[in-house]
Write a protein that binds this ligand. Structure first.
Ligand SMILES: Nc1ncnc2c1ncn2[C@@H]1O[C@H](COP(=O)(O)OP(=O)(O)OP(=O)(O)O)[C@@H](O)[C@H]1O
Ligand SMILES: [Mg+2]
Length: 367
């Protein structure tokens, strides 16, 4: 079986690097300091959280990941919390079991997946709010009973505001009293929205969590781990792995996606000619619909900036400006919008604007 899984979180044993981040998370949990983990999409936030949860459990603590992705109502939020907290030991007041039933979350049976009732069967907002208040307080109840710590990781935290744009206030009102009972991690994939939640003075979580960055994967370490996985199955191609990483620059999901195709190409044997570019071709084919969607949703000036970045030209330089008969300030404004949007463009370590997704860059270059 191909060991390079590029869809969804990777199990802790498969994590490349992230030791510093895991240490930081563990130290913060020990000190009961809340952490805000904001990174671009597919940078490995959920995988890191899963590894943190596993490490905390191995150290004898309680730990859960609450998946808030695409919650649309307060009842959805309460149901996700009930679903996650069902993995905890039974709370003395049986809050989780009681609400789980009411929210349509079937209690976990050994080895069986949880199922959640259709949204239409959920209780109304007032009751859902009451459920959420009680559920969020479960770590305190457990702590009062046994003095233990519960680590609660709220993944895709910014989606909470879709359900209700004041829910961050409600969450904070409960968890601020948790002291030694719980340690929180807030993770999210729209960095600017995450920042607004924690850096906007008007918001309840303003200044309430320490930021933790999630950089691209370190190239040497990623190359080493990819080669090891290839070698375990009798495959080997140093040059192709180096080329792959030179191309992705450590973008986590893109690295694994291309490695997946490289594995298949090497495994099929036959033509040994330039496997890295053939793997890249397959990755481009597979993702081209997504790049097209980005392109379609992007305005004209932003498109010009994206293409310039892909081509390696200065996006706000005089050459691009005169080619499009456009003021450099117009290009600069578009670049600023793209950077503050944080989905496609970021500044690298030296402050230069870069495309986040190397495959989008390649797709644009092949236009
Ligand atoms: N540290 C890592 N080691 C190995 N692979 C990784 C690592 N981090 C991310 N990946 C790759 O990236 C993919 C996405 O990881 P994950 O789902 O954890 O990211 P995410 O940031 O939570 O994504 P999303 O924004 O979609 O929620 C994984 O399937 C895996 O291929
Ligand atoms: Mg995720």
């Amino acid at each position: 079986m191909n060991p390079f899984n590029y869809q969804g979180p990777v199990p802790p044993a498969r994590l490349i690097d992230r030791r510093d981040e895991l240490d930081a998370l563990q130290r913060a949990a020990g000190d009961r300091i809340a952490i805000r983990l904001a990174a671009p999409r597919r940078f490995g936030k959920t995988s890191l959280i899963d590894a943190h949860v596993a490490a905390m459990r191995a150290a004898g603590h309680r730990a859960v990941r609450v998946d808030l992705s695409k919650v649309a109502t307060v009842a959805d939020v309460a149901a996700r919390v009930a679903q996650a907290f069902d993995a905890l030991p039974p709370d003395p007041r049986r809050i989780v079991r009681r609400w789980a039933a009411r929210l349509g979350v079937t209690a976990k049976l050994a080895g069986l997946e949880l199922s959640v009732a259709p949204a239409a069967a959920r209780p109304p907002a007032d009751e859902a709010r009451a459920a959420l208040l009680e559920l969020l307080d479960v770590p305190l109840g457990l702590h009062n009973a046994d003095g233990g710590l519960t680590v609660v990781c709220l993944d895709e935290f910014q989606d909470l505001l879709v359900a209700d744009d004041a829910l961050d206030g409600l969450v904070r009102s409960v968890i601020q009293h948790h002291g030694a009972a719980a340690a929180y991690v807030f993770a999210g994939s729209q960095p600017s929205l995450m920042r607004a939640l924690f850096s906007d003075r008007e918001r309840p979580f303003y200044g309430q969590a320490r930021p933790l960055e999630l950089p691209p994967l370190p190239i040497d370490e990623a190359a080493h781990d990819i080669e090891q996985l290839l070698r375990a199955d009798g495959l080997d191609d140093h040059r192709a792995v180096d080329e792959l990483l030179a191309f992705t620059n450590g973008h986590p999901q893109r690295t694994v996606l291309i490695a997946h195709h490289l594995y298949n190409i090497l495994d099929a044997g036959g033509d040994r000619d330039d496997p890295a570019s053939r793997a890249l071709d397959l990755a481009i084919q597979e993702t081209s619909d997504a790049h097209q969607a980005v392109w379609d949703a992007t305005g004209r000036v932003e498109r010009i900036v994206l293409v310039a970045l892909a081509d390696g030209s200065a996006p706000t330089g005089s050459r691009v400006a005169s080619e499009h008969r456009m003021a450099r300030s117009t290009l600069q404004d578009a670049l600023n919008r793209l950077i503050s949007d944080e989905r496609h463009v970021h500044r690298d370590g030296r402050g230069r604007p870069r495309l986040l997704d190397p495959l989008l860059g390649e797709w644009l270059r092949r236009r």
